[in-house]
Design a protein around this ligand. Sequence first.
Ligand code: FAD
Length: 384
Amino acid sequence: MYRLSPQQEAILGKAREIKVKVIAPNAERVDSEGIFPKESIDALAMEGFMGLTIAPEYGGMGQGLRVACAVLDEIAQGCASTAMVYLMHLCGVAAYSSAPSKTGNYLRASAKGTHLSTLAWSEFGSRSHFWAPVSQEKRENGKVTVNAAKSFVTSAGHADGYVVTTQWSEAQNPLESTLYLVLRGDQGIRITGPWNALGLRGNMSAPMRMDNVAVGEERALTEPGKGLGPMLNVVLPVFNLGNAAISVGISETAVQATQRHITTSKFDYLGTTLADLPNERARLAQIRIETDKARAHLTCVIDAVEQPSPSTLLLVLESKAAAAETALLVTDIAMRACGGTGFTKGLGIERPFRDARAAAVMAPTTDVLHEFIGRALCGMEVLG
Ligand SMILES: Cc1cc2nc3c(=O)[nH]c(=O)nc-3n(C[C@H](O)[C@H](O)[C@H](O)COP(=O)(O)OP(=O)(O)OC[C@H]3O[C@@H](n4cnc5c(N)ncnc54)[C@H](O)[C@@H]3O)c2cc1C
């Protein structure tokens, strides 16, 4: 459905191979123990996937959102935690790629598989409104320091590079932020709590503090106070479409598990299976349709990003909300279709059910996307 060229299909085929050999076999342990999916990320890194979207001049594969979404959909079918860690890396390198004169070394290291990136945007004081950080940089004697309480940072403590938002020292309002690159070894960064969540349990999306972290001009990824533009125009499309692809992959897992279960689970005394019940077949049909619809919508949005038009922005906003809600619906129906057996760990439906619940509350949340889209359709400023 992603309409890939033969070369792109080969890349997807490699991702599928890694999913089958490493990512899927590790997924249950990652989930049950709540551990970072190191083996899975290392396997992707070994095959150059950390450079999937990085320009060839920095050693990357130079692929766009079409291939990234196809790969994320595939990985999410094996382990949604791994897919989310990988997506946050792709978001981080999108920010690096907008400031290549400062980040060339990190782009090269990512392409070689030795640098993992992420975003540290959400703050306790601005919650899911990532575009309005409450932290503010300090400028003294030509030195810049960041002090921030970040509420959720995927790959906390595992990522090598953190793309951090903070208000510009001369900001007139919270929208005047700057993006900085903070590195794992920098003085003043620490993880302040555990990650123990309902789903995406391998993400390590833990809270972090940054106290007087020195970030020279060479670490600024945007002009002072001009972070909002790259946040919305460069990183948000990667996050929204990639997040949608993960929701589609989670839905696909639930559909396939349901299909397997209802076609093989027997009422011995009747000599029938669950699939002989019309309501069970209807449930399977409904979740197949919903998943195909979500994937088709995503590919339309990819087309719109590749061939921009006035409707592209709306479609980018739609993509994450549409797929997130689909994943909630599909995994809920799948759980009912698979009865008490689906409720247990063995069948492989309850993990996608839990993992699916993250997308709708990850910023921009479904509520906020509905508000943005509604405002745009009514001719209002989106960030009014
Ligand atoms: C698995 C996971 C991974 C994450 N990874 C990262 C990461 O790597 N980097 C990062 O920066 N952040 C990350 N986050 C944070 C995420 O993006 C959100 O900021 C966070 O989930 C918001 O949680 P909150 O409790 O602060 O929500 P709140 O902002 O308190 O929202 C509570 C409810 O209010 C609704 N709401 C809020 N504002 C509005 C509005 N204007 N209109 C209507 N309804 C509204 C929300 O939709 C939600 O239902 C992650 C979160 C999760 C769950």
